[in-house]
Design a protein around this ligand. Structure first.
Ligand code: C2E
Ligand code: MG
Ligand code: MG
Length: 755
C-alpha cells in the first residue's frame, strides 16, 4: 500500500471525523446554551413579572389612596358644617347636604343622624340604619364601601362615610357620599399578566374594608390571608403583622394547591393595607408563552441542525465513497501498467525498497529493452507494438524466480529485480529471456539489450540502481544481436567524462577548438582520383585530439550536435568560397547532419542562407544523413531530402546497410548517393561472398535508380579492387586517405602549398 494513498485515506477519514465532530459540537453547544439560557431567562422573566406586579400594586395603592383621601377628606371637611347648624332642622340639614353635594363630585350626599334617619341631597328622608357604611360612620369610623347599590338609583357605586362631630367632639351623626364618576374598581389599574386577579383593602385592625367583586380566592379576612402566608400567625398579631407587611412586601402563597403572588402596600395616606393577589400561573402567562415559544424554537432549531447533521453525514459518506473510488482508480493507474496489466515502475520502486531493507540475499537490477522499437511500431502500428510489449512482459514473468519482480518502465523498457546466488544465474536469466523472445516473436527479428547492475549498496535508491542498469544496457544498445552487459564503474566514469564535456562544449566551440578534417573520396575504376571529400569534426582540447565517437553521441543526446553541424557546414562553405575565389571549380564536400535536424522547422532555409552568405552555389555541398534517421520518421526524412535536393544540394544516405535498410527506401528517398557502410567489408571470411553479392546487387539497384554509390572504410587494395569489380563508383577509406587537416587536403586536391 502506497504511503501517499493511505495518507490520503487517513486524511479523508480524519476530515470526516473532524467535520462531523465540529458540527456535532456546534449543535450540542447551541442546544446546551439554550438549555442554560431558558432557565436563566425564566428566572429573569419571573423577576420581571414580580417587579411589574409590585409596580402595578404601588400605582394602584396610590390611586386608591388618593381616591380615598380625596373623597374622605372632602366629606370630613364638609362634616364640620353640621356642628354649626341645628341638625334637628331638616330643612337646614337638607340645604347643607345639597350644598356639599353641589360643591363636590358626589352623586348624592346624605346626613344620617344618630337615630339612623338619613336626609339625602335627593330630598328623601329615610331610615338607613341597617346599612353597614352608615353604622360604621355612626360608630365614629371612616368607611369606604365600594360597589354597593345606591338606594336612590340602584346603581353600583362606592360609598364614603365619615363620622360627624359636634364642637365638643361628640358624634352627632354620619355623612355619606357616593361617587358619581367612577367606581373604585375603575380605579384599579392592576392588570398583571392574567385574566384573573383580586385585591383587598384591610383596615388597620385587619378587617376587610374592600375586596374585589367576584373574589374567588375566598379570603375572608386578613387573618385568613396572613395564616395562608404564615401558618403560625396568631390572629392577635394581625395588626402588627399587617403593619410589618404593609410596607411594600411581596409574598408567595398557596391557596388550595394553587400558587399566588401577594403584594402588600399601605394605602396612600391611610392606615389601610392594600393587598393584590394574582395567581402565579396567570401572572406568568406571558412569560410562559415566551418560554413555550423558545422551547418550540429550540426543538425546531435542534431538529433542523440534526437534519443538517444527517444530510452532511450522508453527503460526506457519498463524497467519501466517490473519493475512495477515485483513489482506488488512481491507485490502479499508479500501480497497474496500462499495457501489460503488470506492475508499474512506482510499484517496482516500492517493492525494491521493501526487498532491499528486509532481505539479505543478493539482488540485481536488470534493464531490458528492444533495439529500435520505433521501427517495430512503424511496422506493426501501436497496437501491434503493444502486443509485442505484452508478449515480452509475459516472457519475463515466466522467466523470473519466485522472489523476483519486474515492471515496465515506459515504452519498451522493462526492469527486473532478481535475486541471485551466483552471477551466472543473472546471465542465464537474460539469455533465457532473449531466446524466448526469439522463439515466441517470429514476425520480426528483435534485438534485446539487457543491462545488469548488481546491487552492492543496499542503501542505493532504486532510481540510481535502475540508472546504472540503464548505463550497462546503453553499452550494448544497437549492436547486431541481442546482448547483455554488466554495469562496471568505467560506465560511471563515462558519465562523469560526459559531464565534463558538457561543461566545456560551448566555450570550445566559441574558441574554435572544433576543427574540420577532410577525408577525400576517390573514384574507382581505371583511375583513382579525388572526386570530393567528407568533412569530419575533430576536437582539439588541451593539446589532445578527441575523435567524434567520444562526443557526437553525447551531443546527439543533449542537442548540441545541431549547433556543431552548422558550425561545420559554415566552415566548409568558407573553404569552398576560398577555392572558388582562387579560381578552382571546387570538389563537392559532404557535411554530416544529425537526425535531430529532420524535424526542425527552417533547417534547409538556414543551410541555404549560409550558402548565400558566402555566395557559393549549393551544388558544392553534399548533405549526409545517416540511414538510421529513417527510424525516427520516414515521412519527415523524405520531405527533408526533397527540400534539400530542391535547393540544389547533393544528398547522401550515410552508413547505408547498418540498420533496417529497406530497399524501398531507395525508391522513396530522393538521394544522389548511398554510402555503403564499411561493415559490409568487415564481415567474416565465410560471409564475405554473401556481402559481395549484396554489394553487387545494391550497386546495380542504385545505378538503375540513378543513384551513385560510394563505399566507406576501404582499408586494403583487395577491398578497393573488389569494389571496383562490383561496380561501385567511389570509395573512401584509409587505403586512399585518412581524414586530414584542411591544408593537407588542399595540397592533395588543389596542389596548394601552405595556404
Ligand atoms: P561517418 O559519417 O560514417 O564518417 C566516416 C567515419 O569512418 C569517420 O570516422 C572516418 O574517420 C571513418 N573512416 C574512414 N575511413 C575509414 C577506414 O578505412 N577504416 C576505419 N576504421 N574508419 C574509417 P570519424 O571521423 O571518427 O567519425 C565518426 C562518425 O562521427 C561519422 O561517421 C559521423 O557519423 C560522425 N561525425 C563526424 N563528424 C561529424 C559532424 O560534423 N557532424 C555529425 N553530425 N556527425 C559527425
Ligand atoms: Mg558521414
Ligand atoms: Mg558513414
Amino acid at each position: 500500500m502506497n504511503k501517499r494513498f493511505s495518507a490520503i485515506r487517513d486524511s479523508l477519514k480524519n476530515t470526516e471525523f473532524f467535520f462531523i465532530g465540529v458540527l456535532a459540537f456546534v449543535i450540542l453547544s447551541i442546544a446546551g446554551s439554550l438549555m442554560i439560557y431558558i432557565p436563566s431567562i425564566s428566572s429573569d422573566i419571573r423577576e420581571h413579572a414580580e417587579r411589574e406586579m409590585n409596580d402595578a400594586v404601588i400605582s394602584n395603592s396610590s390611586a386608591v389612596g388618593s381616591y380615598f383621601s380625596n373623597k374622605i377628606l372632602l366629606l370630613n371637611a364638609a362634616s364640620s358644617q353640621f356642628s354649626e347648624i341645628d341638625i334637628t332642622d331638616m330643612e337646614k340639614v337638607l340645604e347643607t347636604v345639597r350644598g356639599i353635594q353641589e360643591n363636590s363630585s358626589f352623586r348624592h350626599v346624605g346626613f344620617t343622624g344618630m337615630d339612623g334617619v338619613t336626609v339625602s341631597s335627593t330630598g328623601s328622608v329615610e331610615n338607613t340604619s341597617n346599612r353597614q357604611f352608615v353604622q360604621a360612620g355612626l360608630s365614629g369610623n371612616f368607611n369606604v364601601s365600594p360597589h354597593v347599590t345606591c338606594d336612590f338609583d340602584h346603581k353600583y357605586t362606592d360609598m364614603f362615610t365619615v363620622p360627624v362631630f359636634d364642637a365638643s367632639g361628640n358624634i352627632i351623626g354620619a355623612l355619606t357620599g357616593d361617587s358619581s364618576e367612577f367606581s373604585l374598581v375603575d380605579y384599579m389599574l392592576l392588570d398583571v399578566g392574567g385574566s384573573f386577579n383580586c385585591f383587598f383593602i384591610f383596615d388597620s385592625v385587619g378587617d376587610v374594608v374592600y375586596n374585589t367583586p367576584g373574589n374567588e380566592v375566598g379570603i375572608g379576612s386578613a387573618d385568613n390571608l396572613l395564616s395562608l402566608i404564615d401558618s403560625d400567625v396568631d390572629s392577635k398579631d394581625v395588626e402588627y403583622l399587617l403593619n410589618s407587611l404593609n410596607r411594600r412586601t411581596f409574598k408567595r402563597l398557596e391557596i388550595r394547591g394553587r400558587e399566588y403572588m401577594a403584594s402588600f402596600i399601605e394605602v396612600f395616606n391611610s392606615e389601610w393595607t392594600f393587598v393584590a393577589i394574582v395567581p402565579s400561573d396567570e401572572a406568568f402567562i406571558a412569560f410562559r408563552n415566551i418560554l413555550t415559544l423558545t422551547a418550540i424554537l429550540v426543538v425546531i432549531v435542534t431538529l433542523l441542525q440534526l437534519t443538517a447533521l444527517v444530510i452532511v453525514t450522508v453527503r460526506i459518506g457519498i463524497v467519501k465513497s466517490d473519493v475512495e473510488k477515485l483513489i482506488g482508480d488512481s491507485e490502479q493507474m499508479f500501480y497497474v501498467d496500462s499495457i501489460t496489466g503488470g506492475d508499474t515502475i512506482e510499484r517496482f520502486r516500492e517493492n525494491y525498497s521493501v526487498v532491499r531493507t528486509n532481505t539479505a540475499a543478493n539482488h540485481a537490477i536488470m534493464a531490458l529493452d528492444v533495439d529500435r522499437f520505433k521501427a517495430v511500431n512503424d511496422m506493426f502500428g501501436y497496437e501491434g507494438g503493444n502486443d509485442i510489449i505484452r508478449t515480452i512482459s509475459g516472457i519475463i514473468e515466466r522467466s523470473i524466480g519466485k522472489n523476483d519482480f519486474y515492471a515496465r518502465g515506459g515504452g519498451d523498457l522493462f526492469y527486473i529485480c532478481a535475486e541471485f546466488g551466483d552471477k551466472s544465474e543473472l546471465t542465464d536469466l537474460a539469455e533465457r529471456i532473449m531466446s524466448d523472445v526469439d522463439y515466441q516473436i517470429t514476425d520480426v527479428k528483435l534485438n534485446l539489450s539487457i543491462g545488469i547492475y548488481i546491487i552492492d549498496d543496499p542503501h542505493l535508491r532504486s532510481r540510481v540502481a535502475a540508472d546504472r542498469a540503464d548505463m550497462a544496457r546503453d553499452s550494448v544498445k544497437n549492436t547486431k544481436s541481442s546482448s547483455c552487459a554488466f554495469f562496471d564503474s568505467s560506465m560511471l566514469e563515462r558519465i562523469r567524462r560526459e559531464k565534463r564535456i558538457e561543461d566545456i562544449m560551448e566555450d570550445s566551440l566559441a574558441l574554435g577548438e572544433f576543427n574540420v578534417y577532410l577525408q577525400p573520396k576517390y573514384s574507382l575504376g581505371e583511375k583513382n582520383e579525388v572526386v570530393g571529400a567528407e568533412a569530419l569534426v575533430r576536437w582539439k582540447h588541451d593539446g589532445k585530439l578527441i575523435p567524434p565517437g567520444d562526443f557526437i553521441p553525447l551531443f546527439e543526446r543533449n542537442g548540441f550536435v545541431t549547433k556543431l553541424d552548422f558550425y561545420m557546414f559554415e566552415e566548409v562553405c568558407k573553404l569552398q568560397k576560398k577555392y572558388i575565389s582562387m579560381g578552382f571549380d571546387p570538389k563537392v564536400i559532404s557535411v554530416n547532419m544529425s537526425r535531430l535536424h529532420i524535424n526542425r522547422v527552417g533547417f534547409v532555409d538556414e543551410l541555404v542562407a549560409i550558402c548565400e552568405k558566402y555566395e557559393i552555389d549549393t551544388k558544392y555541398i553534399e548533405i549526409e544523413i545517416t540511414e538510421s534517421a529513417a527510424y525516427e520518421n520516414m515521412e519527415s526524412l523524405r520531405d527533408i531530402f526533397r527540400e534539400i535536393k530542391s535547393k540544389g544540394f547533393h544528398v547522401s544516405i550515410d552508413d547505408f546497410g547498418t540498420g533496417y535498410s529497406s530497399l524501398n527506401m531507395l525508391k522513396d528517398l530522393p538521394v544522389d548517393v548511398i554510402k555503403i557502410d564499411r561493415s559490409f567489408l568487415t564481415e567474416q571470411a565465410d560471409e564475405s561472398e554473401n556481402a559481395s553479392i549484396v554489394i553487387a546487387c545494391l550497386v546495380m539497384l542504385a545505378t538503375n535508380l540513378n543513384i551513385h554509390t560510394i563505399c566507406e572504410g576501404i582499408e586494403t587494395r583487395v577491398q578497393a579492387d573488389l569494389l571496383t569489380k562490383l561496380g561501385c563508383e567511389m570509395a573512401q577509406g584509409f587505403f586512399f586517405a585518412r581524414p586530414m587537416p584542411v591544408p593537407d587536403y588542399e595540397k592533395l586536391t588543389y596542389g596548394l602549398e601552405g595556404k
